[in-house]
Design a protein around this ligand. Structure first.
Ligand SMILES: C[S@@+](CC[C@H](N)C(=O)[O-])C[C@H]1O[C@@H](n2cnc3c(N)ncnc32)[C@H](O)[C@@H]1O
Length: 394
């Protein structure tokens, strides 16, 4: 069944938005000679200034948007994360830097919990690429008590001075633009984007061409590490921006932990022969599908995270891979069950138990979502990683 048949019709405003983004992509495609890498297409569709999915004004996160993240689904997530932050801040002091803070709900809950525990960070910095979401974060965080609110700052770029404390990135790595490849009978091809002339539903289509050196090298490394060969027709993604991103974060972390939370897998599971069509997913009004050329600019596009790539980049940046675990194990290690049990009323307990199930059950967010801790500056005890097993990364 074609994804277009299961998706709600976009509104008139969304169609106009989509047309404006598509026009921009069309123009760039034409200038580039008729072909763009998927990475560039995804970058424009999501982040073209004032037009892309994250840059323009659609709801994006939450019930009225396209998808729900863990901190949007339940404050239990942020309450557990606050415990992990408190444990680190007790050793390092310093600040929290959150990347891609979405609606600001996680920041508000973290700060509320840390204040209640008497362990507020010196500063809570947010680096957000979406002007629209940054405006929403300001509106939400303005409601915090003044003594808390005054610690929150928005950064235009990553810090240049050394940072002590915690760096958080929940569902940011999956939003980094990725490249796509296909294994054909003739070898590796890059799957890019061309104009889909004459297709009534799509302006753009997949288009193959020979991979450039960077993609060829990355795929070569992946293929030689896998325990079995991948079949012809196998299509997947590689995020070449992941390593430079981790390196840029490692560059300023003087002492503390970088927590990457996202859906993803170690490499040998990510590139499993049965995962024939890769991990690219689009989200539009709470429907997930795999057609990035529908509703261009008004739907989210994501790809799962290859956590082995994250770990390799961390090691290359002299960070320690201190923990890797499922979201379920992370939250249980931080006392999720006790939080549910401590609810004031039966009604509240039932509500929290339902939210906790969504966060930890394997068929919901518990197994697909992972948490990785990258540290620098000495051994740190990390309660969320009590059940961490780094052998999963191999
Ligand atoms: C899927 S949303 C997740 C939002 C929030 N962390 C949550 O869990 O609800 C992705 C967020 O990352 C932001 N983002 C994407 N790329 C980024 C980057 N390179 N640096 C900082 N933020 C980024 C987006 O604007 C958005 O706020």
């Amino acid at each position: 069944m074609s994804p277009s048949s299961i998706l709600p019709q976009p509104s008139v405003e969304e169609r106009a938005c989509s047309e404006a983004v598509s026009e921009l992509i069309r123009a760039e495609l034409t200038t580039a000679g008729g072909w763009l890498s998927f990475e560039r297409f995804m970058e424009l569709a999501l982040y073209a200034p004032g037009l892309g999915y994250y840059s323009a004004g659609s709801a994006k996160l939450g019930a009225g948007g396209d998808f729900v993240t863990a901190p949007e689904s339940s404050d239990l997530f942020s309450r557990c994360l606050a415990r992990q932050c408190a444990e680190v801040l007790a050793v390092t002091g310093g600040e929290i830097l959150e990347l891609g803070a979405g609606t600001g709900r996680m920041a508000a809950m973290l700060l509320t919990e840390l204040e209640a525990g008497g362990v507020l960070p010196e500063r809570y910095a947010i680096l957000e690429v979406s002007a629209d979401l940054a405006a929403r974060q300001r509106e939400r965080l303005a409601k915090l008590p003044p003594a808390v609110r005054e610690r929150v700052v928005w950064l235009e770029r990553l810090p240049e001075r050394p940072l002590r404390g915690v760096v958080l990135a929940n569902e940011v790595a999956d939003a980094l633009p990725c490249r796509r490849f296909t294994l054909t009978a003739d070898g590796l091809s890059e799957l890019g984007v061309a104009l889909a002339d004459g297709d009534p539903l799509h302006e753009f289509r997949d288009a193959l061409r020979a991979p450039d050196t960077a993609l060829a090298r990355a795929c070569d490394e992946i293929l030689t590490q896998l325990p079995e060969p991948l079949p012809h027709g196998y299509t997947s993604e590689v995020c070449l921006r992941l390593a430079p991103w981790i390196e840029s974060l490692g560059a300023f972390l003087a002492q503390g932990v970088l927590l990457i939370c996202d859906y993803g897998l170690p490499r040998r599971h990510y590139y499993h022969p049965q995962r024939l069509t890769g991990t690219l997913r689009c989200h539009y009004r709470h429907r997930a599908h795999d057609d990035p050329y529908l509703n261009v600019g008004v739907q989210d596009i994501t790809a799962w995270v290859d956590f082995t790539r994250v770990a390799e980049a961390a090691l290359a940046s002299a960070l320690t891979v201190a923990g890797f675990t499922t979201q379920a194990a992370f939250l249980l290690g931080l006392g999720l069950e006790g939080m549910v049990a401590a609810a004031g009323t039966d009604l509240e307990r039932t509500r929290l138990a339902g939210e906790a199930r969504r966060l930890i059950m394997p068929e919901e967010m518990g197994e697909a979502f992972k948490v990785m801790a990258l540290t620098r500056g000495g051994d740190m005890s990390l309660a969320g990683f009590a059940l961490s097993d780094l052998r999963h990364l191999l």
